[in-house]
Design a protein around this ligand. Structure first.
Ligand code: NDP
Length: 294
């Protein structure tokens, strides 16, 4: 089994970006600027956005985090979005999801300037993705496509099963992998919680992407020999041996499934690091577009 080292690939992508940023700055341009907006103080979300901010700064971006109370009214968030849209020094920004229940996420996503939508969730970007036009590709599917490409794992004509149909992972990935393009041309099945007899699909799949958020869900008896496993799940399970009291595991029973797989991503160190690297790549793309327009 070949371990797909997302941490290494993400590191390579960030090094390339760092070199590019330095090159643009040598030519007298300002650094790229990524802003994150977080409502509330959920520790996992805070750790996640802080990590994005830290990694952006490490490669020479400007980056900042705007924190708002979880009780912030939708109107106020929409105002902030307008000011980020109008701010010429901001290349890209993300509104960390999930949002508190009183805020309609569709109103928020639609208000984001599609040219600064580095998460790729605006309907214009998702529409462009659907018809195969250049767009900001949501970072996790983008990272998965990049891993398949760098490890030269063919998708053409393969049966690919994606478990989980969320807008941030499974649904855009299903579109990308089924498109007529080098990292596509697959026959894609998109499974979800209403899928009947999932095992019939898992056993036939050449490549399985799990994005459902259920620890150790995919077991060895559910997959065929030689399967490629891309595990996007990130789940916390109690572990008194760790100083923080928990550890992170994927949606796949790594120990058992790795005995049958040909390629496999670990958790942590697989898809997770790629997500941030691709967000930074999207931000750099937005930056170059903005400089060209300036
Ligand atoms: P969501 O809760 O939005 O979606 C989960 C999906 O899994 C849904 O489509 C749901 O079906 C489906 N599902 C749930 N249970 C089952 C089941 N028993 N059988 C088949 N399908 C099922 O989750 P997210 O997409 O936000 O996240 C999924 C996982 O990916 C999480 O562990 C999350 O932490 C991780 N993640 C990792 C990222 C990374 O960078 N690596 C980035 C984003 C997420 P239905 O639609 O019917 O409810």
């Amino acid at each position: 089994m070949i371990l797909i080292d997302g941490k290494k690939v993400a590191g390579d992508i960030k090094k390339d970006l760092q070199r590019e940023v330095a090159r643009w700055q040598e030519q007298g341009f300002r650094p790229p600027n990524l802003v994150a907006v977080l409502l509330g103080d959920d520790p996992a979300s805070l750790a996640y956005v802080r990590n994005k901010e830290r990694q952006a700064k490490k490669i020479g971006f400007n980056s900042s985090l705007i924190r708002l109370a979880s009780s912030t009214p939708e109107e106020k968030l929409l105002h902030l979005i307008q000011s980020l849209n109008n701010d010429k020094t901001v290349d890209g920004y993300i509104i960390q999801l999930p949002l508190p229940a009183h805020i309609n996420p569709h109103n928020i996503i639609e208000a984001i300037d599609p040219d600064k939508d580095v998460d790729g969730f605006h309907p214009l970007n998702l529409g462009r993705l659907l018809i195969g036009m250049p767009s900001f590709i949501p970072a996790t599917p983008y990272g998965i496509i990049e891993l398949l490409k760098r490890y030269r794992i063919p998708t053409d004509g393969k049966n690919i099963l994606i478990i989980g149909r969320s807008l941030i992972v499974g649904r855009p990935l299903s579109i990308l992998l089924s498109q007529k393009r080098p990292e596509g041309n697959a026959t894609v099945t998109l499974a979800h919680s209403h899928t009947k007899n999932l095992i019939d699909y898992t056993r036939q799949a050449d490549i399985i992407v799990t994005a459902l958020g259920k620890p150790y869900f995919l077991k060895a008896d559910m997959v065929k020999n030689g399967v490629v496993i891309i595990d996007a799940g990130i789940n916390e399970i109690p572990d008194p041996g760790q100083h923080r009291g928990y550890k992170l595991v994927g949606d796949v029973d790594f120990e058992q499934v790795s005995k049958k797989a040909s390629y496999m991503t670990p958790v942590p160190g697989g898809v997770g690091p790629m997500t941030i690297a691709m967000l930074l790549k999207n931000t750099f793309k937005a930056y170059k577009n903005h400089l060209k327009l300036a």
